[in-house]
Design a protein around this ligand. Structure first.
Ligand SMILES: Cc1cc2nc3c(=O)[nH]c(=O)nc-3n(C[C@H](O)[C@H](O)[C@H](O)COP(=O)(O)OP(=O)(O)OC[C@H]3O[C@@H](n4cnc5c(N)ncnc54)[C@H](O)[C@@H]3O)c2cc1C
Length: 481
């Protein structure tokens, strides 16, 4: 690295917050000796599976409550490849496998319905390079970071393929996104981030306060850094569209089929409520649900994070906030806010607080965080005072200490593959990860199968028992504040 290069370790990103929170959470867990009754009395314990189903704006907009839901898998099944999890990672794996290995019997097994997990609940920021480009930059320098960033572009390209070639209507908008300096001193962080992008040969546009104010009518921010390569999408429509695509390609998709047990071996045995499946190869695409399934318990931290949507803004309200470019926005605070416009001109946004996942099938809602987020939106745009918040929801994500995703192989027989740990930034990265898993299963030796997140051990995050006790304290005492 030359002297003019930015120093390692200063990179700021959406994932930096999440990884930081994981480490901070470990401190909370250390406090954790808590009687069982606290778990039983937990006031934030989420409800049963579908209770909050239509509180999610994306589910609502995709009309998921009317949508066809496939029957559960039944009986004894012999398959070539079983994919567990019907989020973006599982669906992308299915898509890429079906194109490479058309003769094989590929079954995707989803516990609820495809897109029910974080994939149907996120902000819909299709950010390239994330998560992980900062890790690669610090560890291997700008050229490797550039290669990593370019590889993730394939993930966004895959979403464009679904739209262009398969007619998936997922409201994809190639808007770019802007990181906003929330404090005057944070301008230095934007300048430093731009220097890193310059080193990588990637265009990013720095805006001072006046220039930003012309585009976005908010007094809250001191400048911005625009990355033109990012996009926004309706994530539930994308997930449901991907389900249709993989079925067209011959993948058998079972919904309402939670996998209850996995017995590794040269043939892997899976047990669901109504089926026993024998698979030559299995793909784990469970992200934040993987620890509940018994995998990566001491390396992958499941947490719930939350989002809200306003009612559709009127023309006058839209005029009052500017934002004509409709780009995704997020700010530089550690508990950053992210906000974007939906196709029908709502603001969909989230901010900060996260709650340790307690193994319930739904992430539920958590009103103190939602209230704080909504107040914060009105600090950003006081001109929207009185706007109605129509939808509130949460979702479960998987976070690692180093903020990197993980793609690799498990089991003595090298026949159990995984793609997890998207650290709150999986819309694009899951698309790429699914492709990498498929390339590995197909035995292809491409540059993608050598990327930094492949076969990289997730760092240890501490014993689950201590964390679960600490999580009870965290929820009881509202330590997210
Ligand atoms: C509120 C929120 C905002 C976010 N914002 C963004 C954003 O703007 N941009 C971004 O890039 N990322 C964002 N993310 C993160 C992103 O949504 C995830 O990284 C991504 O969706 C992970 O996809 P996945 O397929 O790995 O996991 P999931 O989508 O969680 O899929 C896992 C699936 O496994 C199923 N399952 C669980 N257990 C079992 C079992 N035993 N048997 C069978 N099936 C099972 C679940 O029902 C689920 O459908 C956000 C997440 C949340 C919650």
């Amino acid at each position: 690295m030359s002297d003019s290069q930015p120093k390692p370790g200063k990179w700021i990103s959406r994932r930096a917050f999440l990884a930081g929170a994981a480490v901070g959470g470990a401190g909370v867990w250390a406090a954790g000796v808590m009687p069982r009754w606290m778990l039983a009395k937990d006031p934030h314990r989420p409800p049963k599976l579908y209770e909050y189903f239509v509180d999610n704006y994306w589910f609502d907009s995709a009309k998921m409550y009317d949508d066809r839901i496939n029957p559960p898998l039944k009986g004894r099944q012999r398959v070539d490849i079983a994919i567990i999890g019907g989020g973006f990672a599982g669906l992308s794996t299915a898509y890429n496998l079906a194109r490479r290995l058309p003769g094989q019997r590929i079954v995707l097994i989803e516990g609820a319905r495809c897109g029910y997990g974080a994939s149907g609940r996120n902000g819909g920021f299709a950010d390239v390079g994330q998560p992980g480009v900062s890790f690669v930059y610090d560890a291997q320098g700008p050229e490797a970071a550039r290669a990593y960033y370019d590889a993730t572009r394939l993930g966004l390209q895959q979403i464009r393929t679904f739209v262009d070639d398969y007619g998936v209507d997922c409201e994809l908008e190639l808007t770019g996104s802007t990181m906003l300096a929330a404090e005057e001193s944070h301008i230095d962080q934007l300048v430093e981030e731009k220097a890193r992008f310059d080193q990588m040969g990637i265009r990013n546009d720095l805006m001072d306060r006046a220039e930003l104010r012309r585009k976005l009518h908010s007094d809250r921010f001191f400048g911005g850094l625009y990355d033109p390569n990012h996009a926004i999408v309706n994530p539930a429509k994308l997930a449901r569209g991907m389900k249709d695509v993989v079925e067209t390609l011959g993948v058998e998709v079972s919904e309402r089929s939670k996998v209850l047990r996995m017995d590794p071996g040269s043939t892997v045995r899976l047990v669901t409520e109504f089926a026993e499946v024998f698979a030559d190869k299995v793909v784990i695409a469970l992200n934040g649900y993987a620890p509940q399934f018994g995998l990566f318990k001491n390396r992958l931290l499941p947490v719930n994070i939350y989002a809200s949507a306003t009612e559709p803004l009127s023309e006058a309200q839209l005029q009052s906030i500017g934002w004509a470019g409709r780009e995704g926005l997020w700010d530089t605070r550690s508990d950053f806010m992210y906000l974007r416009l939906s196709a029908d001109n709502r603001i969909v946004f989230g901010e900060g607080g996260m709650i340790p996942y307690d193994g319930s099938p739904s992430s539920g809602n958590y009103q103190p965080i939602l209230d704080a987020m909504q107040r914060s939106l009105l600090v950003t745009f006081p001109q929207l005072e009185g706007v109605r918040f129509t939808h509130n929801w949460g979702g479960t994500i998987g976070v690692t200490r180093d903020g990197m995703p993980s793609v690799g192989t498990l089991g003595d027989a090298d026949n159990i593959f995984h793609a997890v740990a998207f650290n709150g930034e999986g819309v694009v990265m899951t698309q790429l990860a699914g492709r990498i898993v498929a390339e590995r299963i197909a035995g292809e030796d491409t540059p993608l199968v050598h990327l930094a997140m492949v076969d990289k051990q997730m760092p240890y995050i501490g014993p689950e028992l201590v964390r679960n006790l600490g999580a009870a304290v965290y929820r009881q005492l509202d330590l997210w504040h």
